[in-house]
Design a protein around this ligand. Structure first.
Ligand code: TTP
Length: 191
């Protein structure tokens, strides 16, 4: 597929297979380049600010070269003001999913686009409503889907999203890790 952005060289600085898949679905030509970044953040930031802060940290590992566009992102889950990142182990995943069960949470993805000296960031926010599930169902999910690489310990694109998520308000791809509709709007302003 050829679209308006197809000839712009893009680097996606993300190991997330979901982000790679979504950029492909956007019809973009890109390559993946990874750098190690410490994902800590200072106290006192709002969830949106945290997502943008970490996304910008990932972007600053690149120093505007060769006219390419670099894209980075960071996704976090917020539940009543508590930030849920990736689980450290099985018990941590159980704890997070028990909190998400029967309640509403928000997913924030911060995105940064680097082009030359320009660094531009934005974020998207989606509300996700989960039905109540049993501890057995949560254990079944963790043991079969191993959601250790996912913020909040679940994937909207897997069993959890199919069976447990009742409704979402806002962008679905934002929950997966990249708000594609907003990203497209920002990219076409830059090229
Ligand atoms: C909430 C949710 C998150 N996720 C994923 C998106 C992200 O990959 C991950 C959050 O971790 P991130 O730190 O945002 O990203 P990452 O470590 O996977 O990749 P990189 O830092 O290299 O860009 O959780 C889903 O796949 N589905 C979901 O429903």
């Amino acid at each position: 597929m050829t679209i308006i952005l197809a000839n712009t060289p893009i680097i996606l600085a993300s190991k997330s297979p979901r982000r790679q898949e979504l950029l492909t679905l956007m019809g973009l030509n890109f390559k993946v380049e990874l750098k190690d970044v410490d994902e800590s953040y200072p106290d006192g930031l709002s969830p949106a600010e945290i997502a943008v802060y970490i996304s910008e940290k990932k972007a600053k590992a690149f120093d505007g070269k060769n006219g390419e566009i670099v894209i980075t992102a960071d996704t976090i889950v917020a539940l009543n003001g508590e930030i849920l990142g990736k689980p450290e182990d099985r018990a941590h995943a159980q704890e997070m999913l028990r909190k998400l069960s029967g309640s509403k949470h928000e997913v924030y993805t911060g995105v940064t686009i680097v082009k030359g000296n320009l660094i531009h960031s934005f974020y998207d926010r989606t509300e996700v409503y989960c039905k109540a599930v049993s501890h057995e169902e949560i254990d079944f999910y963790i043991d079969n889907y191993k959601p250790y690489d996912k913020a909040g310990s679940y994937g909207v694109q897997d069993w959890w999203g199919i069976v447990v998520v009742q409704r979402i308000e806002g962008s679905y791809t934002n929950v997966m890790g990249l708000p594609t509709e907003k990203l497209y709007n920002e990219l076409i302003k830059l090229v």
